[in-house]
Design a protein around this ligand. Structure first.
Ligand SMILES: O=C(O)CCC(=O)C(=O)O
Ligand SMILES: [Fe+2]
Length: 344
């Protein structure tokens, strides 16, 4: 159960840099993770084993979003460019008409090892296992590095998943089979600054948001956020608790799936993002805010069952399609709520 926390805990994961975790470190870290995920559902991780730092990953995001819009739109998902083949991976533009409180553009990649020239037949409107799409050469030089970051985040999240298994009194590899055909997503997000007029309304009117309140769907999310601020997490008293920038940290939170598998011992906590002001402190940057969530997810066909045997098993692909029907990026295109199918 989430508690009435007033700030997010910090967990030092430097032990994960060692080639092999000692039994003492395994016990200490799994206990710490259990405690934070059972109370806040959110924490900052520091001293991670990742080889890249904030400057590198945000520099990469800035480079991507600086590509001219017409070129980014060449990577747009089918929802936004009906002639395109990519339905799940690729670019989505801001949609001010559909969702003024969800103002963000994004670029998403899945497992870089999926590399089929011709996509396998998929009878759903959204093909969760399709290959990534990339900008033309010369526009973005960081493809390889972004793929490496994906692989590192997947490996880091897998280490955390083993610790969660231990914390739930299972073997370290208890959840390993979930990761066959893992659908994890690395998402670059850019929240443009909110125009002056709307920012002024923020002083008096309702809070102006760039990302509406939600929980994440998967196992865990690893989030890199820049120094703009704006992320807020809902505590058990219904208060929005700020999750400000901490240098070199990664925010981690539990997704719906893991909360349900744990039989409610872990909590998938609601969160939202305030719209960035016209000029973002402290750098005075007028580009807005960047954040880079990594959604750590099982394979599409993975059958996930609650550990305590209470509650229903779910096939992950169905779970995620159901959730997708609530996302503004996909509107009714998940092929779930309408039951619609389409050859691709
Ligand atoms: O941008 C952020 O800080 C959070 C983004 C988020 O919660 C999400 O994409 O699920
Ligand atoms: Fe989220």
């Amino acid at each position: 159960m989430a508690t009435s926390f007033s700030s997010l805990p910090v967990v030092d994961v430097s032990a994960l840099k060692a080639p092999q975790l000692t039994p003492e470190d395994t016990n200490a870290l799994s206990k710490q993770l259990y405690d934070v995920f059972a109370t806040t559902g959110f924490a900052y991780l520091v001293n991670s084993p990742l080889t890249f730092n904030h400057d590198e990953i945000f520099g990469l995001a800035r480079e991507f979003f600086s590509i001219p819009l017409d070129q980014k739109m060449r990577l747009a998902k089918k929802t936004f460019r009906p002639g395109h083949h990519n339905t799940y991976r690729g670019y989505f533009p801001t949609q001010p008409h559909l969702a003024s409180d969800n103002l963000k553009e994004g670029f998403e990649i899945g497992n870089p090892a999926i590399n089929h020239a011709v996509p396998p037949k998929c009878t759903k409107k959204i093909n969760l296992s399709e290959a990534n799409v990339w900008p033309e050469s010369g526009l973005f030089e960081k493809r390889e590095r972004l793929e490496e970051m994906y692989n590192e985040l997947q490996a880091f999240a897998s280490q955390l998943l083993s610790l969660l298994a231990v914390s739930l009194r299972k073997d370290a590899d208890y959840f390993s089979s979930w990761l066959d055909g893992s659908l994890s997503t690395l998402r670059l997000l850019h929240y443009p600054p909110v125009p002056q007029v709307q920012a002024q309304q923020q002083e008096t009117g309702p809070v102006k948001l760039s990302c509406t309140p939600h929980t994440d769907s998967g196992i865990i999310t690893l989030l890199h956020q820049d120094s703009t601020g704006g992320l807020e997490v809902l505590n058990a008293s219904g208060e929005w608790v700020p999750a400000p920038y901490i240098p070199s940290s990664i925010v981690v939170n539990i997704g719906d799936l893991m909360a349900s598998v744990s039989g409610g011992r872990f909590t998938a906590t609601m969160h939202r993002v305030r719209a960035p002001p016209p000029t973002c402190p402290p750098s005075g940057d007028s580009f807005g805010r960047f954040s880079i969530p990594f959604f750590f997810e099982p394979g599409e066909a993975c059958v996930v069952s609650p550990l305590n045997g209470v509650g229903e098993s779910v096939v992950y692909g169905e779970h995620v399609r159901k959730k997708m029907a609530t996302w503004v990026e996909f509107q009714d295109d998940s092929g779930y709520d309408t039951g619609a199918t389409e050859d691709m």
